[in-house]
Design a protein around this ligand. Sequence first.
Ligand SMILES: *Cc1c(COP(=O)(O)O)cnc(C)c1O
Length: 414
Amino acid sequence: MSTMQKSDAASFAVAATRSTPAHMMGTYARADLVFERGEGAWLYTVDGRKFLDFGSGIAVNSLGHANPKLVAALHEQAQKLWHVSNVYRIGEGESLADKLCALTFADRVFFTNSGAEALECAIKTARKYHHASGHPERYRLITFEGAFHGRTLATIAAGGQAKYLEGFGPAMPGFDQVPVGDRKALEAAIGPETAGILVEPIQGEGGVRSISNEDLRYFREICDKNGLLLVLDEVQTGVGRTGKLFAHEWAGIAPDIMAVAKGIGGGFPVGACLATEEAAKGMVPGTHGSTYGGNPLAMAVAGAVIDEVGTPEFLARVREVSRDLNQRLAELKASHPDIVEDIRGSGLLIGIKCKVPNTEFVAAGREAGILTVGAGDNVVRLLPPLNIGETEIREAYERLDKACAALEKKLGAA
Ligand SMILES: *Cc1c(COP(=O)(O)O)cnc(C)c1O
């Protein structure tokens, strides 16, 4: 049940009856749905409708809505301490950093409030490393076409997508973009000013396009050969999403620096930049900071997420559920060949490449009671909570099947 006070509930209900938001900046093309509460993989609107949430925000609610363990962690911390400045030690953050470093390649962590901020820290850490190594001229990062790294001025420059850069003045310098899979272009882009390679193991926003394990291993080699840093953006692929704690583990490599966010907070805003001791050597007192980054509330919730997701049993279960869901999706493709072109992705980061416009697929899914997320390359993403089971897989299949049937009917009528 909602725990809102009556007056809040009343003003919320008034806002929810409007057909469009009156005073929100118009940056989003929002679906006209107002949710009141969630439970596991289910979301409930103010007008009593129920949706199966296979978007999880966008890969954020890794343990579903209102997960009792996360609610308890937040509640417990909320009664003790909300905020202290980073001029003091924050125990909850130190404990989470210990956990993350025990589970990964990393020795050092900087906590942020979002993915883009984690990327900002990763980019600054990479540049500062070379500065501290006596090479201040090495500040450029090689990035990839179709990438998405966030919406700050530096991260839109890193992503290099015209649609996000347009109208915001000159792009921030320091990024050289090459096509995915083009080793010649990559090697040609390496120069005396190159600091490293920045890459998502699977391009999420770009359309669930995987970088092959061979390419990831090749990036590691080329970085080692040229004294470059390998910087991974695991904001979407990390924290169990692909069935390993981090996607790069599938390739058997480790980065020097890694940006994490989305799933690590399970819905509480938190991000992290992880680095090796060596890569983080330039990040000394005064070089970086954040008022809210590493806030005790965020640290307590993220700690509870990592306790749950960071076990071999949990990750094995994600891989198992992924196999079952992919089996059903293969059936979906076979029975709707005019709608579904292909199924791609890894773990529970799944892309349905559509033959109809992906916006229509997402809308038809909504009509059928399942929430999905669009992506580039005419793909629809399925990003369910990592702890779904047989019931949710069956319900998802039934709803997607219904959505595909409705789309077919529309095609037939056209
Ligand atoms: C979402 C995302 C970001 C940006 O995260 P925000 O929390 O929205 O700033 C960066 N990189 C990738 C790969 C993402 O999916």
